[in-house]
Design a protein around this ligand. Structure first.
Ligand code: ZN
Ligand code: CU
Length: 486
């Protein structure tokens, strides 16, 4: 028996629907009118303005990239091609303690330069409301879930970030966070590993994060240490979130140092144990290399380093640091110092840990892509198709349905994204149509800017934003506010 639908705007016909809950795929048509899914199942549609033939294809909710640094990209490249081309329809921005707003001026030390423009007065927003307003006037192709970064708050508030904040400075940062949350920001992030954030004790973080519960805001953290100090950092993270009374997401969980390789067995057990007592989640990207600014302390744990950009020596982008230091006849540390400011790709993880963390049922997918690098880590363009094509299909680490859940249903639930992340009647029509037999990343460490294979169509809030290998020019993305504001 098929359901009769008089008319709809878009009909996705004959595909295998994976709904984002982890339930098995099933044959179904999807009818969309306006920005919502209006019918799903065996449909008899009398009139559809637009039909997408999906026979032989898989239809899923749009992918949610829960860990990005796309704060400026969504404005400077509103098509957001690296993400839209993968099937990503929503990005969480402002991670690792770095957000573009609220920015009250001053110097932008690394790692703030990962998102801030090198041009002095470009893309600067004194308040989060100003950022939201700019994005509202010039929307991007995808939805944006904004976090407010602790390093941004510190650099904008304190004359000297090499120390803990004073009570008065904490009061100002709390006010700026609260004001941002009132204007719709979804949460708060730290990058306690990084110089501008590191001097903040847990008490400072907990005091600021205590603004979150009133808005159901999320606390996301790039922890102080992901190597030998991993377990202390996990304890600190759980404790801080308990003191603040908020939900916490551990960013890009990893065992980043040979000395802790294999210990994801324990770290995952600790995360599971904590999740019985409080709201905890984590994200992960599907690669054994990480990427950030050029940092001397990353030389020791890395087996190989690729320079992703260098302001001092632009032609170094894409080259191995060890080749450069050999050519210059100096140490890696000396070469790195000469390349500053810049970015690097660091091979510091073990595949077995990455497999284990990716496979864990609590693991959400976040690319951590760094969009303005000259020679970016391939995760910027490849993360989501790689999880589905390489890890699910080729390696069989988990089912396709489970892979989809990790990038849709689980992510929307964790970040309180109402009516997103699931294909069901009444949900927003963020949808991807792809070929489950061919979906794969093509971005590599050598050639990182390369669109994935197998993505057919991407819809954002009901509008077709990507089709047949190209953006359509639709700018239907929205800013998704926390549930505490209406
Ligand atoms: Zn980070
Ligand atoms: Cu990050």
């Amino acid at each position: 028996m098929s359901e009769i639908v008089e008319r709809c705007d878009v009909l996705i016909k004959g595909g295998q629907v994976i709904d984002g809950t982890g339930q098995p795929a099933r044959s179904a048509d999807v009818a969309i009118t306006g920005d919502r899914i209006v019918a799903l199942g065996a449909l008899n549609v009398e009139r559809a303005e637009h039909v997408i033939e999906a026979t032989g294809q898989t239809v899923t909710p749009g992918f949610i990239d829960v860990h990005t640094h796309d704060d400026r990209l969504v404005m400077s490249n509103p098509e957001v091609t690296p993400k839209l081309s993968q099937g990503v329809t929503t990005v969480v921005v402002g991670n690792c303690g770095i957000s573009l707003s609220p920015w009250t001026g001053g110097h932008t030390p690394p790692p703030l330069d990962l998102v801030f423009s090198p041009e002095p007065d470009e893309y600067q927003f004194p308040t989060f409301a100003a950022y939201a307003d700019a994005l509202g006037k010039h929307p991007s192709s995808i939805n944006v879930v904004p976090l407010i970064g602790h390093s941004t708050l510190r650099c904008g508030t304190m004359d000297d970030v090499d120390r803990p904040a004073t009570e008065a400075e904490i009061t100002v940062m709390k006010e700026r966070l609260r004001e941002s949350l009132e204007a719709g920001a979804a949460g708060f992030s730290t990058g306690l590993f990084y110089a501008p954030n590191k001097p903040a004790p847990a008490a400072e973080v907990a005091a600021i994060a205590s603004e979150l519960p009133a808005f159901q805001g999320i606390y996301a953290t790039h922890m102080r240490n992901e190597g030998e100090g991993l377990f202390d950092s996990l304890d600190e993270t759980f404790d801080t979130a308990r003191r603040a009374g908020c939900a916490v997401v551990i960013s890009h969980h990893k065992c980043q140092n040979e000395k802790v390789w294999g210990r994801s067995v324990e770290s995952l057990a600790r995360i599971e144990a904590a999740s019985a007592e409080q709201s905890v989640g984590f994200d992960v990207y599907p690669y054994i290399a990480g990427s950030t600014v050029l940092l001397e302390e990353m030389i020791q744990p890395s087996k190989r380093i690729i320079v992703s950009w260098s302001a001092a020596v632009p032609e170094a982008g894409g080259r191995d640091l060890s080749d450069i230091s050999a050519e210059w006849g100096c140490s890696d540390a000396e070469a790195m110092a000469r390349l500053q400011p810049g970015g690097g790709i660091y091979f510091s993880m073990d595949e077995a840990d990455v497999d284990r963390i990716l496979s864990h049922p609590m693991g959400m997918i976040g690319s951590d892509g760094i969009p303005h690098d000259v020679h970016p880590h391939p995760r910027l363009w490849g993360t989501f198709p790689r999880v589905l094509g390489h890890y699910a299909r080729e390696r069989g680490l988990f089912s396709l349905e489970e892979g989809v859940r990790k990038m849709t249903g689980l992510s929307a639930q964790t970040f309180n994204l109402k009516d997103r992340g699931l294909l069901q009647v009444g949900a927003f029509a963020d949808v991807v149509v792809f070929d489950a037999n061919t979906i794969i990343d093509t971005a590599t460490f050598e050639t990182p800017k390369s669109t994935a294979a197998g993505i057919d169509t991407v819809l954002v809030n009901g509008a077709i934003a990507w089709q047949q290998g190209a953006g359509t020019g639709q700018r239907s993305g929205r800013l998704l506010s926390n549930p505490g504001v209406t």
